[in-house]
Design a protein around this ligand. Sequence first.
Ligand code: ZN
Length: 338
Amino acid sequence: MSIKGNVHTHIFTKDTIPGEIYFGRHELSKGAMKIVRWILSWVEKNGLPDDIEELISIAEKVLPLFGVDDEWKRLKQLVKMYYMSVPEILDLYEKKILPGAGIEEMCILIPNFPGDFTHSAVDIICAAAKGREAFKVFAPLAFVERDDVFGVKYYPALEGPPDAVTDEFKKAADLNKPVSSHQSPGGVRNAKFPVSLAKKYNQPGRWMDALERYPIRVCLDHVGGRNAFVSWLTDGMFRPGVNWSFDNMMRSYDGIEYPGKVYFDVAFHEKQTNSDYRKAIANLTGHWNNRGMFGNDEPLSDVQGSMKEASGWFRNVWGVDGVNSANDTYKEFLYGCK
Ligand SMILES: [Zn+2]
C-alpha cells in the first residue's frame, strides 16, 4: 500500500542550515550532543575528509568517551547527511529511501533561519530538486512567488506569529499554494524570542485571522505533539470544542464556515504502535476525519527510526482505509481539490 507523500521532511546540510542551530533539538541526549559538537569542531580544525566514511570511523574511535553506542547507529545517518551535497541527498531519497519506505514523494520544508542563510538554502534546494518529480519545496513566505517553490513553510517561533503578517498569506491564496506551519510547543526558536513567547507564537489560534480572510490550506504540523494528540483522543480530560485549541481549529476551520482550512501531520509522533496511540487513531471521528497526513520530520526523526520504520508504523496503525484517506487528504492539501 503506497503512501502518496511524506508531507514533512527537511534537508539539513552544512550548506543549508547554520551550524550552530543544527542538532539543537531536545530529542538528542547530552552525550549525543557532545559527540556532534566534537565532530563539528574536528572538521573545522582538520577539514572534511574526501570520504565521509573516514570521518565516521574517526568519530567512532572516540565514541566510548561519549557513551552514545545505541544512539550512534541513527545519529550516524544524520552526521553523514549533514556533510553530503544536496543533489547527493536527493539521489539517496529518490533511489533508495523513498522506494524503500513505499512513499512516492516528499515535501521539503525550509525553515526561515535568521540571517542570510535561508536565501542560499532556498536556491540550493530548489536547484537540486528541479525536474525531480518526487520533491516539492516549501520555502519561507518571502519566496512564495517563485515558480520553483511549491508551498510556504512558516515557523512562528523563528519569524513571529502568523497574525502579525496576516495579509501576506493572500499571496499564498492567490497562487493556490499550501502552507505548512510548525505547531508544537517545542522545536527551534529564534534567540530573540524567550521560550514562553515562542510557545505563544506556536499556538494554532494565531492562524485564525488568516484563515478567516483567505482560502488558504494550512497544515498544523505535529498536531501539538504526540502526548496532547493522544491524551485528547483517549482520556476524555478535554472538553471537545472548548479547551484544546487544536480541536477548536479543526472544528472551526474546515473550509466551510470560513474560507481557510486546516490539516495536520503526525511528524515526530513516536511510539505510534503503542496501544494508547492505536486507541487515539481508532477514536478519530467527525471533524478529525480526512484531515491527517503522513509526515516524519525526516531526517531529525532518524534518531528514533528510519523513514521506512515510520511509514511501517503509519500503515500498521492507520490501516488500509486510513492510508487511503491520508493519500486523498495529501492531494487535497497540495492542490486544493480531491
Ligand atoms: Zn520539522
